[in-house]
Ligand binder design. Structure first.
Ligand code: IPM
Ligand code: MG
Length: 356
């Protein structure tokens, strides 16, 4: 089992170090190799996704990824910015299926900005298509307009597009995930306005006929954004495109109290996966031993389950995380009166201790 470890920028190295600590405590036979990515890689090599890093990732069974991005690099040309590293990995590895669970742990119900009764027991799985849509659609660029409201003016444009096979494969992923849960899928679109998402809705509906045991409903993205804060527990599996999924998954994560708790998995058709916390690189708190490593530790658990076929080990990690929460240990992002404040490394140590 070969794991490529890509810590990245900001808090990435600190939180990944804790996940590696936890993996090492499992006594399984891993080969782990690290490489720079994002701004850290740009500073070393002049490129956010160096050839050698990409090669390591492509050859591994799984990638454990921290986070990329730092305000320092915001003025670089787009192809050199840290974000291009994660977009490049998604594209080159074909990581089209992104799983973003939003689970509200009972100990953290009060950390949510919503009323406890709205979020207690919340367990949503957002499945975001990750290699298509307006993120990757060509053509894109800047030009002088020849039509539109201001012919002759400078303009920028991107292309929203989805092919039938792209929609079919993510729909299958969603229906199959739902079969293992409460057998409900909500497909989120904007079919009332966009051709791309009328097609999305049509194709998801067709694929749904192959899963008569799963109940499918459709929702416009604006309504979905509203329902997520109004009545989040009405959702189970949510499947949507790349851009809507980007936005809705951040919204869903906040329902749970802290984005610092949420893992994610991005899979290709070969079972290879990239595992990363749902949050970003948080450069403002980097190096201060205050970042919450639990999202990354839980991402390592997803890695064991989805790419390394180690369900028992995955469950052990998830149980250990539950145990440290039950002990009252909290990093500052989830701290509340009456609980014990700990740092990044102490939280990792506590999870290791709970494993034993
Ligand atoms: C995410 C992030 C990325 C995205 C950025 C960093 C490119 O927001 O993983 O959700 O937009 O997909
Ligand atoms: Mg995002």
């Amino acid at each position: 089992m070969k794991i490529a470890v890509l810590p990245g920028d900001g808090i990435g190295p600190e939180i990944v170090a804790e996940a590696v600590k936890v993996l090492n405590a499992l006594d399984l036979d891993f080969e782990m190799e690290s490489a720079p990515v994002g701004g850290a890689a740009y500073a070393l090599t002049g490129h956010p996704l160096p050839e050698a890093t990409l090669k390591l990732a492509m050859e591994a069974d799984a990638v454990l990824f921290g986070a990329v991005g730092d305000w320092k690099y915001d003025t670089l040309d787009r192809p050199l910015r840290p974000e291009q590293a994660i977009l490049g990995l998604r594209k080159h590895m074909g990581l089209f299926a992104n799983f973003r669970p939003a689970i509200c742990y009972k100990e953290l119900t009060h950390a949510s900005s919503l009323k406890p009764e709205l979020v207690a027991g919340l367990d949503i799985l957002i499945i975001r298509e990750l290699t298509g849509d307006i993120y990757f659609g060509q053509p894109r660029g800047r030009r002088i307009a020849t039509d539109g409201h201001f012919p002759g003016a400078e303009e920028a444009f991107d292309t929203m597009r989805y092919s039938r096979p792209e929609i079919e494969r993510i729909a299958h992923v969603a229906f199959q995930a739902a079969q293992k849960r409460s057998k409900r899928v909500t497909s989120v679109d904007k079919a009332n306005v966009l051709e791309t998402f009328q097609f999305w809705k049509d194709v998801v509906t067709e694929v749904g006929k192959e899963y008569p045991d799963v109940q499918l409903d459709h929702m416009y993205v604006d309504n979905a954004a509203m329902q997520l804060v109004k009545e989040p527990k009405r959702f189970d599996v949510v499947v949507t495109g790349n851009m809507f999924g980007d936005i809705l998954s951040d919204e869903a994560s906040m329902l749970t109290g802290s984005i610092g708790m949420l893992p994610s998995a991005s899979l290709n058709s070969k079972g290879q996966g990239l595992y990363e916390p749902s949050h970003g690189s948080a450069p403002d708190i980097a190096g201060k031993n205050v970042a919450n490593p639990l999202a990354t530790i839980l991402s390592a658990a997803m890695m064991l389950r989805f790419s390394l076929n180690q369900e028992a080990a995955a469950q052990r990690i998830e149980d250990a995380v539950q145990a440290v929460l039950a002990q009252g240990l909290r990093t500052p992002d989830i701290w509340s009166e009456g609980t014990t404040r700990v740092g990044t490394a102490e939280m990792g140590d506590a999870v290791v201790a709970a494993l034993r």
